[in-house]
Structure formats: C-alpha cells, structure tokens
Design a protein around this ligand. Structure first.
Ligand SMILES: Nc1nc2c(ncn2[C@@H]2O[C@H](COP(=O)(O)OP(=O)(O)OP(=O)(O)O)[C@@H](O)[C@H]2O)c(=O)[nH]1
Ligand SMILES: [Mg+2]
Length: 301
C-alpha cells in the first residue's frame, strides 16, 4: 500500500476581470465549461471545474472578476466572488502581467493580503507568454513585497498551458488530506442547459461592442433531447429597445452568425447534433431587477 495521502479541496480563482481565470480553469480540466472572451466581466456566476488524478482532486471555483459597477448585476457578481473566496480552502489570486500593477490591482491584492481571510493564498501571474522574460523578475519581486505572507508566486500562461503542472502541485499541497469529494468522471457543476446559454452569450460578447454585451443575458426556454440530437430555444435578452436591431443585424445576419458559432461550439462540447433557435427580447433594465437576476441564475447567493 502506498503512503501517499490523498489531497482534495477547493481553490477559488480570484482577480480583476480579464486576467484569465476562466481560461486557466478550462485548460486544467480540458473542457470549455466557462466561456472566455477578450472583454471584461465575461464570467457572471460561480463555476466549478474539477481536476482529478491518483493523488489529488483540485476543485477549481471560477468567479466573476472583481470590479466596480453601479448595476445590481455588477454588485451581485462581486459578492459572488467574495463569497467563493470565503468558502474556499485555498485562494489563488490572479493578475495579468501584461497590464501594469496599477492602483486597482494593488488594492485588490492588499485586500486579500490583509489577513482577514485565514486560508492560505498564492499569487498567479498570468499571460507570461505575452511579455519579455526580463519583465517578469521585477514583477515577482513586487508581489513578494506586496504580499510576503503568500505561500507562492507562480508565473503561468493559462492560454499555452505553461507552468500549470507546477501550479496544480502547489495548490494540491495546500489542500486538506481527505478522500475525493466528487466522482473522478465528474468535472463541472454546469448543466448542458446552462452551458447552452453561456455559449450563446459568448458569441454575443464577441460580436457586439460598447455597452451591449454587458446589458445582454440569455435564457433557455426549451432544451429537448432527442435520439438524433438536442433542440434548443434560446432568447437573447437586451436591456433596451435600441439594442434589439443591433443584435439582429442587417437582414438578420448577425443573429444568424451568433447562432451558427454557438451551435458549432455546443456540438463540439456535447458531442451531438444541436438545433438552436434564437430570438431577441427587450427586457428594460433587467440587470437591475433582483427577481430577474435570480431567475437568470445571477443572484448574489
Ligand atoms: N496572451 C495570453 N492571453 C490570455 C492568457 N490567458 C487568458 N488570456 C486571454 O485573456 C482574455 C480574458 O480571459 P478570461 O479567461 O475570459 O479572463 P477572466 O479572468 O475569466 O475574465 P472575467 O470572466 O471577465 O473575469 C481572453 O482573451 C483570453 O484569451 C494567457 O495565458 N496569455
Ligand atoms: Mg471568466
């Protein structure tokens, strides 16, 4: 019998929007369970992604980026991130090394470094593929100065998969010794229905500009599994009347494009034929309505 003890627990991925939290989780678990776009505030709710091997189970908790925003949706997103931090066994605070360590990033790091949360924490310095090697050392030194109490400072590239093994080893060593909490085959808490809504929203984020993506949500009205595939009716909710024609596009071209791309992504993920019907509906100011946010699975708790 081996002496190796099994380690299992949760690690919250925390940080400003756009630092690469969802990219990292997807890469580690080898499945796109969290959507990724170049726009900030892509993730809106808590998403679990589970990595399991013979000696450890690391339960990643992807969270919305911590930011300031005046809508109820923004406040809920930030609350979700802090709640995930409180519940996790380990905190992984991520930053994007291609952006300067500005005041907002420092403030966020200082909030976690102040010792109010008792869990051990590490700093993940992401996007090292996009900077010169010489730029990394001073950044690491700054982090050690800013948060000397952290257990590790790990440069990674979530996109390219650089140093992710080291990251997992470090996190696993900080997790409690206990048996796996989830079946080894299980890798996310996201239902196919939720994933369908998110894949459509990802395409809206990628194809729309300015405030429109941030004021858009997706509701699944029908999700029927048949022998030959899945039939989905999805509604794109927009926050004002003037956004509707923009999402639809000239002659419906943009909607068609959004639908095709989302469908192809879903077919790859679910490994079956998908028939996706899309509509656009105006729901004024939905992002400020507590009840509507709850309906959409975007409540704060
Ligand atoms: N060059 C580079 N880009 C990356 C890396 N990781 C993520 N990105 C890009 O950074 C952008 C944001 O990535 P996300 O994973 O959506 O970031 P996030 O932290 O989850 O963002 P929110 O959900 O908005 O909080 C995307 O365009 C990614 O492709 C990396 O290692 N290198
Ligand atoms: Mg994200």
């Amino acid at each position: 019998m081996s002496d190796t003890k099994y380690h299992c627990g949760t690690v919250a991925l925390l940080g400003r929007p756009n630092v690469g939290k969802s990219t990292l989780m997807n890469h580690v678990i080898r499945a796109k369970v969290a959507i990724v776009t170049p726009k900030p505030q892509t993730t809106r709710h808590r998403i679990l992604g589970v990595f399991t091997d013979e000696t450890r189970q690391v339960i990643f908790v992807d969270t919305p980026g911590i930011h300031k925003g005046d809508k109820q949706l923004n406040r809920n997103m930030v609350r979700i991130a802090y709640a995930a931090a409180e519940e996790a066994d380990v905190l992984a605070i991520m930053q994007d090394v291609t952006c300067p360590l500005d005041r907002t990033t420092r403030e966020l790091i200082e909030r976690f470094a102040d010792g109010r949360l008792k869990q051990p924490r590490i700093h993940v310095l992401n996007k090292v593929d996009a900077i010169k090697k010489e730029a990394l050392l001073p950044r690491l030194a700054m982090m050690q100065k800013l948060d000397p109490g952290a257990m590790a400072y790990i440069p990674v590239s979530a996109r390219r998969g650089v140093q992710l093994d080291t990251l997992i080893d470090q996190i696993a060593s900080m997790l409690p010794e206990q048996a796996a909490l989830y079946d080894p085959e299980w890798f996310t808490d996201q239902s196919q229905r939720q994933l369908a809504a998110e894949y459509v929203r990802e395409q809206v984020f990628l194809s729309m500009q300015q405030e429109i993506p941030f004021q858009t949500a997706v509701e699944i009205e029908r999700f029927d599994e048949h022998d030959d595939g899945i039939e989905i009716d999805a509604v794109i909710l927009v926050g004002s009347e003037r956004h509707k024609p923009m999402v639809i596009g000239k002659g419906g071209e943009r909607m068609k494009d959004i639908g095709t791309r989302a469908r192809l992504g879903l077919e790859k993920l679910l490994d079956c034929r998908v028939h996706l019907n899309l509509w656009v509906r105006v729901d004024d100011d939905w992002f400020n309505h507590v009840g509507k946010l709850l309906d959409l699975g975007l409540g704060a708790d």
